[in-house]
Design a protein around this ligand. Structure first.
Ligand code: 3EB
Length: 353
């Protein structure tokens, strides 16, 4: 068994000495408020701590990435590199980097702080990949403040795209058909926060036949195209893991169903279905479907949450495995974005000690 992911509450994480902790590569935690939570690094796993309301009532939700091969082999190691904290073994590395936008000001004055911070963050990540010999990035999670805001004559998401692309180009990673999966969301009042998953086995990059590849978007979406693929598929000896990028109501390169959150939900699910079908075609078996993948749903307007959930329920049927959080989406007209992981999802790891 290679990678596994699970969800638990942060109180579960902070309870001491859970056996799963020694297999945890890292965590991405969403929480409404930080009050009452002990943020001390009592748990030695790299953790992205994101301020975002959970829409189904929970106080917080942490996605934990586990590597269970380590049960039988060497323990995971924790280390840092520049502003990166990471945990790793011989197969996988999970890292996170947090940069304030004012921290990287040495550059030219006409380059925005967000663009500079983004380029700096990605350059550090690529340098780490080089120095530790993890040649492949499977997945990036990107969170920034005020993603639709405009400064320096450019929307902030587009500034992010310029900084990211420049770092990809500088390090030789801007290769079509070999880009990692990703998502990019806006949160209230956050520094630039990036988590990533690296490895030593090449993934297969997957595109969506219904969509223009993001790295080929026309210039109307900004001066630099977004450096990501629609999904990455990781085949190991024991199983296959699918990392699906943030997916939205985009067909071709155009946003569809402005102001209609139900129709956007349906279109997004059709896109997810198309990506899954593409993965199954490459695997030559019906491995993945909408019922056996785990979703994280980012909803722009809190009030839309019941409409999104109902439409997902209607479209997919059965029990859907999803966490819903409030976040801003990278195009002003987009009302939701859904990312997904398929492979080995643990239903529950956390039990009372
Ligand atoms: C889109 O399809 C919607 O910039 O990393 C989705 C996933 C989106 C990842 C990124 C952006 C990103 O263009 C937005």
């Amino acid at each position: 068994m290679a990678l596994q992911t699970t969800y638990m509450s942060s109180s579960g994480i902070f309870q001491q000495i859970h056996p799963w902790q020694k297999n945890a590569l890292g965590a991405i935690c969403f929480m409404e408020s930080s009050v009452g939570v002990n943020f001390e690094e009592s748990v030695e796993i790299p953790r992205l701590q994101l301020h975002a309301p959970i829409l189904d009532g929970a106080e917080d939700a942490c996605e934990i990435w586990l590597n269970n091969t380590t049960l039988a082999s060497k323990p995971l190691r924790l280390d840092s590199y520049g502003a990166i904290r990471y945990r790793f073994n011989d197969e996988f590395l999970f890292g996170r980097i947090t940069l304030c936008e004012s921290e990287s000001q040495q550059g030219e004055a006409d380059i925005s702080p967000l663009q500079q911070a983004t380029e700096s963050a990605y350059r550090q990540i690529f340098a780490l990949m080089n120095s530790l010999d993890y040649p492949y990035a499977y997945r990036f999670w990107n969170y920034m403040a005020n993603i639709n805001g405009i400064s320096h004559g450019l929307e902030r998401y587009r500034q992010f795209n310029v900084g990211r692309k420049d770092a990809f180009l500088a390090s030789g990673h801007e290769v079509r058909d070999q880009l990692p999966a990703a998502c990019a969301l806006g949160l209230v009042d956050t520094p630039l926060n990036i988590a990533f998953l690296l490895g030593r086995k090449a993934p297969i990059a997957i595109e969506n036949p219904r969509q223009v590849s993001a790295y080929e978007y026309p210039e109307e979406y900004g001066p630099s195209t977004p450096s990501f693929s629609r999904a990455t598929l990781l085949r190991t000896e024991t199983d296959d893991m699918l990392f699906i990028s943030g997916t939205a109501s985009i067909v071709g390169h155009q946003t569809l169903h402005q102001s209609d959150v139900v129709a956007q939900t349906r279109e997004t699910l059709a896109n997810l279905d198309a990506v899954i079908t593409e993965a199954n075609r490459i695997l030559n078996k019906k491995q993945f479907n909408l019922q056996n993948i785990f979703f994280r749903v980012y909803v722009r307007h809190t009030a839309d949450f019941p409409l999104v959930r109902n439409e997902m329920q209607r479209y997919i049927g059965g029990t859907i495995k999803a966490v819903f959080v409030q976040a801003d989406i990278c195009r002003q007209e987009l009302l939701l974005e859904i990312e997904a992981t398929a492979g080995h999802i643990l239903e529950l790891v956390c039990t009372q000690p």
